[in-house]
Ligand binder design. Structure first.
Ligand code: A2P
Length: 311
């Protein structure tokens, strides 16, 4: 039988981030997909029904993403494309980007993507302490110029956002953060909710034994965590059996029920299809409460430690 995109592709489920910007809840993450593989992976995602693609200057795959967009035949209005400013990081010997550098960076990203505007432009992380307010001022200008329909941040803590508020600047529409049962960040999520800043979850699949096992896919996941996620008694395995889905679908569904958008990345076509098929089951209140107790604190996706902790 010919495989068809799941119901999601037909119904489209969105979150509203600005009055006129609707964010498709399931996006396709592209971190660690090399540029030469990005076109094939993103094309597989389009075929599976994804219409929201998340990339970044730092991922060095915007050209491949752009090639898939052009090959897709999809109209611009059907697509939602996010990219991110790499802010620089003086602590790593990377000069912090200035206001003007930031304006130029989006132009470069747009050139690589082959687009006139992105749907969402984010500051990738709060790593440029001295310049991050100016970077944000530049994003505000880019939105005014129509080069970014919505603007936001990624890996920001409440203190980083307080800094923006204290400077009298508009608040971000979204904050893209590592969020999964082992890193639930309840204080930050509560803070975002109070300010109507939409959380977008990345690295939802950290608890899986299959998460970032490929050569060179670094993280701060400990051996203990690898063992905890990898046995047949894992609570996610039990829930997967109960609902007749995969562990990955349990983790992604949890995030959606928390009200987050998700960005599963995969280069495997079966997993790409599975990860967008999240709307035919619902975790019950007992399972949601059981997951609530599993928080272990900081995220592990960055080998250098959770970037929300940056000064
Ligand atoms: P793969 O690309 O081989 O499928 P990230 O945090 O960067 O989004 O990482 C996603 C990780 O989870 C990757 O290592 C990916 O590997 C793996 N993965 C993605 N989808 C699934 C799935 N449905 N089942 C198991 N592992 C998955």
């Amino acid at each position: 039988m010919c495989w068809k995109p799941p119901e999601y592709a037909m119904t489209r489920q969105f979150l509203t981030v600005n009055p006129d910007v609707r964010l498709p809840i399931v996006g396709f993450g592209t971190y660690l997909i090399p540029d030469e593989q990005a076109a094939a992976a993103v094309s597989a995602a389009f075929a599976a029904g994804y219409r929201h693609i998340d990339t970044a200057e730092m991922y060095q795959n915007e050209s491949g993403v752009g090639a898939a967009i052009r090959a897709s035949g999809l109209s611009r209005g059907e697509l939602f494309v996010t990219t991110k400013l790499w802010p620089g990081n003086p602590a790593w010997g990377m000069p912090a980007k200035t206001y003007d550098d930031t304006l130029a960076s989006l132009d470069e990203s747009l050139r690589r993507l082959g687009l006139d505007a992105v749907d969402l432009y984010l500051i990738h992380a709060p790593l440029a302490a001295e310049e991050r307010l100016d970077q944000w001022r530049a994003l505000v200008e880019l939105q005014r110029l129509g080069k970014a329909r919505a603007i936001g941040v990624s890996n920001y803590s409440s203190a980083h956002i307080d800094e923006m508020q204290a400077a009298g600047l508009p608040l971000p529409a979204v904050n893209q953060v590592e969020l999964h049962p082992w890193s639930q960040k309840p204080q930050l999520v509560g803070y975002l909710r109070e300010r109507r800043i939409q959380p977008i979850a990345y690295s939802s699949l950290v608890p899986l034994s299959s998460w970032r096992t490929a050569e060179g896919h670094d993280s701060a996941k400990t051996d203990q965590m690898r063992t905890d996620g990898g046995h047949e008694d894992s609570p996610f395995v039990r829930m997967a059996v109960k609902y007749g889905v995969s562990e990955a679908q349990i983790l992604l569904r949890w995030a959606i029920q928390k009200g987050y958008a998700v960005l599963p990345k995969s280069t495997n076509p079966d997993r790409i299809r599975q990860n967008v098929d999240l709307f035919s089951f619902e975790l019950d209140a007992d399972d949601m409460s059981a997951i609530e107790t599993m928080d272990r604190g900081d995220g592990v996706a960055w080998a250098v430690g959770d970037p929300t902790k940056a000064e």
